[in-house]
Design a protein around this ligand. Structure first.
Ligand code: CUA
Length: 348
């Protein structure tokens, strides 16, 4: 193969790989599900972060072009030529103007970057909480998110439901972040920056989504074996839908006579030591609250879809779905398993 052909093939391969990475996230970003995109913010703090990142990128691109351009010019202009006599060129020392320029320009550049960044950090972290804001406490666990609404009396897991913020009525959500075990990090790229979730410390952040939809996020701090399966979804509702969701979550589960057998199995095994079902004697807080288990889209913090079939596999032995998770195999018989799943699916 000729050298030029090989070069052209290489360029085509490089361009198509680059195109895949550039087009991929952009394509998915229109639907706020699936792959997320830091360049498509739909929330006030995330928009502020994008603005400052573009400024930083533009300044860095300018520096790159100047330095790279001068370097390329020098390499070409002063390359070795056949007519060179092999003598060392004249050596020159010191130029006050040059040294002054390459000291002052970087200082000014860094100062501009510092001011722009400090302003954004101040705007985001110092934002006052409006009266209409929703307060939510997010607790990091290995490997799932506990989500508590202290003023609404709701506890759920791995899905943060919030109202959309409209220009006529701003409704941001202010989050208090806590951890019961190791350090995690709460990150929903389209809504805000990352904030670490640290044991024995209370961190705060806020989001203000401006478009209803589902926004995916994840734990962004390595926290052990199943760090990759510590996903979260933020479901942004229109104001009316948010009221409906709140009302449904505040209901106690319906006592279905068909599910009594499964209920008995549930209450006579150690399930109740770790899980809460509101209105019953199950009040454990080590694992996710199951009061409205079936209202959630996934099991195991985004590991598998929440269907009756997956739920059965999960209850039989969670380790087959999420190895290392803290829920043990309860050694249930097939019959007990059928009954318990029949009960769990009534928790809507
Ligand atoms: Cu929690 Cu990584």
């Amino acid at each position: 193969m000729k050298k030029s052909t090989r070069g052209a093939l290489g360029a085509v391969a490089f361009l198509s790989i680059a195109a895949t990475f550039l087009v991929g996230p952009g394509f998915a970003a229109d639907a706020p599900t699936g792959v997320t995109n830091i360049f498509k913010p739909l929330s006030t703090p995330a928009q502020a972060i994008r603005e400052v990142s573009f400024l930083v990128l533009a300044i860095c691109a300018g520096i790159f072009l100047v330095v790279g351009g001068l370097l390329a010019y020098t390499v070409v202009r002063f390359r070795q030529r056949p007519t060179d006599d092999g003598q060392e060129p004249p050596q020159i020392y010191g130029s006050n103007q040059l040294e002054f320029a390459w000291t002052v320009i970087p200082i000014v550049t860094v100062f501009v970057l510092f001011l722009a960044t400090a302003r954004t950090i101040y705007d985001v972290q110092g934002a006052a909480q409006p009266a209409d804001a929703l307060n939510v406490t997010v607790v990091g666990h290995q490997w799932w998110w506990e989500i508590r609404y202290p003023n609404l009396g709701i506890v759920t897991a791995n899905e943060l439901h919030v109202p959309v913020s409209e220009s006529s009525q701003r409704r941001p959500t202010f989050l208090k972040l806590e951890s019961v075990d190791v350090a995690h990090s709460f990150w929903v790229p389209q809504l805000a920056g990352k904030t670490d979730v640290i044991p024995n410390r209370e961190n705060r952040m806020w989001i203000e989504p401006i478009q209803p939809g589902i926004y995916v996020g994840n734990c962004a701090e390595y926290c052990g074996m199943q760090h990759a399966h510590m996903l979260l979804r933020v479901i942004v509702h229109s104001p009316g839908d948010f009221e409906k969701w709140t009302a449904a979550q505040q209901q106690l589960p319906v006592d279905d006579p068909q599910a009594r057998a499964g209920r008995d199995v549930f209450f006579t095994t150690s399930c109740i030591n770790c899980h809460t079902i509101k209105g019953t004697k199950a009040m454990g807080t080590f694992g996710p609250d199951l009061t409205h288990l079936m209202s959630r889209e996934t099991l195991g913090a985004g590991t598998v879809p929440n269907t009756a079939e997956k739920l059965r596999t999960w209850v039989r032995d969670p380790q087959t779905i999420k190895e290392g998770c803290n829920m043990p195999n309860m050694q249930l018989t097939d019959n007990e398993l059928d009954q318990i799943v029949a009960y769990l699916v009534t928790l809507k």
